[in-house]
Design a protein around this ligand. Sequence first.
Ligand code: SF4
Ligand code: SF4
Length: 159
Amino acid sequence: MVTIGEPHIVMPMFDTRLRFECQKCGACCSFSLKRLKIVPLELYPAEVARLSRLGYSSEFRRIRNRFFLNMDGRGVCPFLTRDRLCGLRLETGWTPINCRLFPFTLYTRDGIHVLTVNWEYAARVGCRGFGHGPTIAERISEYEKIAWEIDRLIEAMRL
Ligand code: SF4
Ligand code: SF4
């Protein structure tokens, strides 16, 4: 387990010459698991607590021990604006980690943060960010910062 203060090494499990830059199309925010009526980007418990403090308790749901944003009557994330922007970010300057990470995911194995691509989800929503912007190798410090943030969130829930 990585703890606060230790270096946050991120190990990509793919060719880091991959270029990616979000094109802000909102497709990943518009994809719901219709049977469950959730946006399949998992929330950390500390993020759920933050949403509750912001007054958005009905915008997420617990499924077993995991939390997800509910889809709204449009069948999309309740925070997605008509302009296909993140209303939560517009209002609070904050977006949950897995929203920011998409189409990538970070998980911890033997104290190392492993970065992978959620190819299936990316393909299902037709993510347009691949082939744009800097390479992942050039952006690795961004993912190291997010890894550090994840550890802080996990640590916060232990206190
Ligand atoms: S689908 Fe891809 S390009 Fe579109 S908003 Fe999501 S991450 Fe960005
Ligand atoms: S919270 Fe924002 S970024 Fe995350 S799914 Fe909803 S609209 Fe998209």
